[in-house]
Design a protein around this ligand. Structure first.
Ligand SMILES: Nc1nc2c(ncn2[C@@H]2O[C@H](COP(=O)(O)OP(=O)(O)OP(=O)(O)O)[C@@H](O)[C@H]2O)c(=O)[nH]1
Ligand SMILES: [K+]
Ligand SMILES: [Mg+2]
Length: 338
């Protein structure tokens, strides 16, 4: 019996050998689906692959959202942690200074936010190198990830970290693919698409679905989906769609011209943790990415009964108001839940 890792290697090398064309698309679809299932097995703690659950690394969650710090060793994660939260996290010039998760808290726009400093990861982390899996498992349950990069190091580091996270089922700055399916008892696969599909054909879709033992279903595709998108939908339970900010640290060590180039990278904020440069912008972008107004709002609306308000927006102090009441700056609000 070969191990899961060996099986993954075999399939990957077979895929590399197989050219994609009409005749092979069914087979390639099967291989991709098999691969996705094996990779999931690897990440499930009970499989013996081990370490998927973040055991020993996860921290009690506080605040309304948590933000995890991911990056290679010595890019400045802990320096940033101490800078933003005041929670001391040991920082030093040698790699793997941080050996466990260190939680801290910051108040922003009145919201308590948890930041989690994590040990550095290295290439191969998702496959079990170092404590990489435990580290990424914590990040996978965060509302936002800071991928911290050292601007003195090549940008290929960014690609490596991204692929580590992706291999662990994290989807970065991405919405779930717009694909829905409804299983049926019989009738085969009925595939409809609202846009032309340029990456995937019906054979591939059939191969993937049959690999997941779904032989009859209505499948509605509303994006130019890839096989991976379809698999992400079938593997929905092991996928997390998480916003990411690329924190480009140590800009004190580069020139203005180089800094200009960094600003062209999407979702990136250049900073200096050590000097506290541009951390205000980082906090602003963090707040936008968290979309907290909506998140808080949605759950509040569901449970809202009435609110008691003190401040400029009400005539009587305090006054009971309903959901449609418009608040003024600095009002104090108590929300009564059902
Ligand atoms: N020039 C410069 N150096 C920095 C900056 N931020 C951190 N450093 C230095 O980079 C080194 C590593 O910083 P840490 O904060 O320990 O990095 P880390 O990512 O937490 O490292 P590990 O915990 O080992 O993964 C230390 O020597 C810091 O002083 C910065 O903005 N500019
Ligand atoms: K370090
Ligand atoms: Mg550290």
């Amino acid at each position: 019996m070969s191990t899961t890792v060996e099986k993954i290697k075999e399939i990957e090398s077979e895929m590399a050998r197989t050219q994609k064309n009409k005749a092979t698309s069914f087979h390639l679809g099967q291989l991709k689906a098999k691969l996705a299932k094996l990779k999931r097995e690897l990440l499930t703690p009970s499989s013996g692959g081990g370490g998927g659950g973040g055991a020993g690394f996860d921290v009690a969650r506080t605040g309304v959202a948590s933000i995890g710090f991911i990056g290679f060793p010595s890019v400045g994660k802990s320096t940033l942690m101490s800078r933003l939260t005041g929670q001391h996290s040991e920082a030093a010039a040698y790699e793997f200074t941080t050996l466990t998760s260190v939680p801290g808290q910051v108040m922003y726009n009145g919201a308590p936010l948890q930041m989690i400093d994590l040990p550095g990861i290295i290439e191969g982390a998702k496959d079990g190198r170092g404590r990489g899996r435990q580290v990424i498992a914590v990040a996978k349950t965060c509302h936002l990830i800071f991928i911290v990069l050292d601007v003195n190091k090549p940008l290929t580091d960014k690609r490596v970290i991204e692929s580590e996270l992706e291999g662990f089922g994290i989807r970065i700055n991405k919405e779930p693919p717009n694909i829905t399916f409804k299983k049926k008892d019989k009738g085969g696969l009925n595939i409809t698409s609202t846009v032309p599909l340029t990456h995937i054909d019906h054979d591939e879709i059939k191969a993937v679905m049959s690999e997941y033992r779904i032989n009859s279903a209505d499948i509605a595709i509303r994006c130019d989906a890839t096989v991976d998108d379809l698999i992400d939908i079938l593997e929905a339970r092991s996928r997390s769609y998480i916003p990411v900010i690329y924190v480009l640290n140590k800009i004190d060590a580069i020139s203005i011209e180089e800094l200009d180039l960094l600003y062209r990278i999407p979702n990136a904020v250049p900073i200096s943790s050590e000097h506290g440069w541009n951390v205000d912008e980082l906090m602003e972008v963090m707040w936008e990415k968290l979309k907290l107004c909506n998140a808080i709002h949605r759950s509040i609306v569901e449970q809202f009964k009435t609110a008691i308000v003190y401040g400029k927006s009400v005539k009587h102090q305090p006054q009971r108001v309903g959901l449609s009441h418009e608040l003024a700056d600095e009002d104090i609000v108590t929300i009564m839940k059902r």
